[in-house]
Design a protein around this ligand. Structure first.
Ligand SMILES: Nc1ncnc2c1ncn2[C@@H]1O[C@H](COP(=O)(O)OP(=O)(O)OP(=O)(O)O)[C@@H](O)[C@H]1O
Length: 264
């Protein structure tokens, strides 16, 4: 047995031998087969792969919205049995409450947990400012742009004290400029908070810009094909030789091994 000080810390998330099948109208769909994945605290990991390879299903299992058919899915060594504020999900379509203001959306989770009005106000102001929406605290989602809505969605899960941010193509519906701006803001938030991020994307460039590791999944049923550690220094330069070399390698790998239109 190793000494306590030398023991490897528990991973934030650990998936071992995960299988997931769905049964629809008597037909079985095998979505994930024998997936193993270990995510360390503070990592930024992108999942990439062909459409239908099970990226969203894996994220939903980590969130606790779906259960595994077989295998182990743990957070800090404890089984994930359902949704929890410590694992916050950000969707492409924002998922905000349209009848609540920005500040109220952000304070929603803590309010449910019984936080006082004064604390709620301070918390929502803190996170509204963190995502640069201080002036828009009293706006409703319908009065915001897509990028602003996604900032609110990110602030809402952070305000809920999440340890892990699970992001399902969060910037997929945004124009290129807004997307780049939000990528930079997300990297700032990640650096400031130390939150662990698992981010699903179809875009190789986005994965190389953001992540410590790119996990490539293959379709039919979804398996992990490659787990690529990115050694590129930060901040990353999208025009740099190294950046483009890595981007090209991953794109070539995807197009030769995985049926995907690599949006790079
Ligand atoms: N609730 C469900 N019921 C039945 N089948 C499902 C369900 N959710 C996902 N599937 C199936 O599981 C497989 C994986 O789907 P999933 O949405 O996880 O893939 P994905 O990689 O996220 O796809 P995309 O990149 O297109 O969003 C698909 O064959 C899909 O049809």
């Amino acid at each position: 047995m190793s000494e306590p000080s030398k023991r490897k810390p528990l991973p934030v998330l650990s998936v071992r031998g995960l299988n997931k099948t769905f049964t629809v109208g008597g037909q079985t769909v095998e979505a994930l087969r024998n997936v193993d994945l270990r995510i360390e605290k503070g990592e930024f990991v992108c999942l990439i792969g062909a459409s239908g390879c099970g990226k969203s299903t894996l994220l939903r299992i980590l969130a606790g919205f779906e259960t595994a058919t077989d295998g182990v899915v743990e957070m800090y060594g404890k089984p994930i049995n359902g949704p929890s504020p410590e694992r916050g999900m950000v969707f492409q379509d924002y998922g905000l409450f349209p009848w609540l203001t920005v500040a109220q959306n952000i304070a929603f989770g803590p309010r449910q947990r019984g936080m006082s009005a004064k604390q709620l106000h301070e918390l929502s102001m803190h996170y509204t400012d963190m995502v640069g929406l201080g002036k828009f605290a009293n706006y409703y989602p319908g009065q915001l742009s897509g990028g602003m809505k996604q900032r609110v969605a990110i602030a809402r899960v952070l305000a809920n004290d999440c340890d892990v941010l699970l992001m399902d193509e969060p910037f997929g519906a945004l124009d290129a400029l807004t997307r780049e701006r939000l990528q930079q803001e997300l990297l700032d938030i990640w650096a400031r908070t130390g939150v662990t991020i698992i981010f699903v994307t179809h875009a190789v460039e986005e994965a190389v810009m953001l992540s410590d590791r790119v996990v490539v999944m293959t379709a039919g049923p979804g398996r992990i094909e490659r787990d690529i550690a990115l050694e590129l220094p930060r901040p990353r330069d999208i025009t740099g030789i190294e950046f483009n070399q890595v981007r090209r390698d991953i794109t070539q790998y995807l197009s030769s091994h995985v049926a995907i239109k690599a949006a790079a």
